[in-house]
Design a protein around this ligand. Structure first.
Ligand code: BTN
Length: 259
């Protein structure tokens, strides 16, 4: 069970985590964060739960996380972005989480486009951004973060592709400390809060990724597109080279074919 006092003790942020709402069980922290944002919640408000009965992943998938062992939380932000700038937020959040994992453990965390976090090529966490828009501008966004922290056992269908920090480090992780480190990184990289500032995170994201020059296949609603990764666009799209032409993708599921 989360105790707000423990989550807060030693927290070094000023805005992120100023308000923290803790739950034992909730449907989805993203749903709750959207509801409080609709009611005017301040930037940096956090919703954190030990268990989600309807945790959401990308592309309409469920996010399954063992209760009381991992981190599942959402943060409300009000970035100064036009609609299309929303694609930069997963990159910003992934960099913040990767840096926090690296500070809190000795593990190297890798970013996989668009919003996965990998350790030793296995998925350790994911990010789900949900936005609300007004007059072509982002009114607010919810950054949903799920990290497998101390979970040891994964279902047979996930065991080949998913891992936890515990399984990679072979030691238990202090969840409150990791949570605080993530908020610290999120706040640090959020300082300017403009499109240009979020774009400046792209090189850092690339330095945490090994996707450049790899041949990948992207599934987009059942259609498969293959190509070589050439970089990220100004707005966070994945630039793929295929048969002499380049194409920028903004959504999809990525499989890396060559290592
Ligand atoms: C993905 O990899 O598909 C994204 C997973 C995001 C999961 C987190 S857990 C906290 C927040 N609440 C949700 O319902 N989803 C996100």
């Amino acid at each position: 069970m989360y105790v707000e006092r423990v989550l807060r003790k030693g927290l070094k942020t000023q805005v992120f985590g100023k308000k923290i709402y803790t739950f034992d069980t909730i449907d989805s922290t993203n749903n709750c964060a959207k509801a409080v944002a609709d009611c005017g919640a301040d930037e940096g408000t956090v919703i954190i739960a030990e268990d989600q009965t309807a945790g959401k992943g990308r592309l309409g998938r469920p996010w399954l996380s063992a209760p009381n062992q991992n981190l599942t939380f959402s943060v409300v932000v009000r970035p100064m972005l036009q609609n299309e700038g929303l694609n930069l937020l997963p990159l910003y959040a992934a960099v913040a989480v990767a840096e926090a994992i690296e500070r809190a453990t000795s593990l190297h965390a890798e970013c996989k486009w668009p919003n996965d976090l990998l350790i030793n090529k296995k998925k350790v966490g994911g990010i789900l951004i949900e936005g609300s828009f007004k007059d072509a501008k982002v009114e607010y966004a919810v950054i949903g973060i799920g990290i497998n922290v101390n979970q040891v056992v994964f279902s047979s269908d996930l065991s080949q592709t998913a891992t936890s920090l515990r399984n990679e480090l072979h030691a238990d992780i202090d969840r409150a400390h990791l949570f605080q480190e993530i908020l610290r990184s999120l706040e640090h990289h959020y300082k300017q809060n403009t499109r240009t500032a979020f774009q400046s995170i792209v090189p850092t994201w690339l330095s945490h990724s090994s996707m450049l020059e790899k041949t990948i296949t992207v599934s987009q609603q059942g259609n498969l597109v293959s190509g070589v990764v050439k970089g990220l666009s100004q707005d966070g799209g994945l630039i793929l080279q295929m048969n002499g032409t380049t194409k920028t993708l903004f959504a999809g599921d990525v499989t890396v074919l060559e290592h």
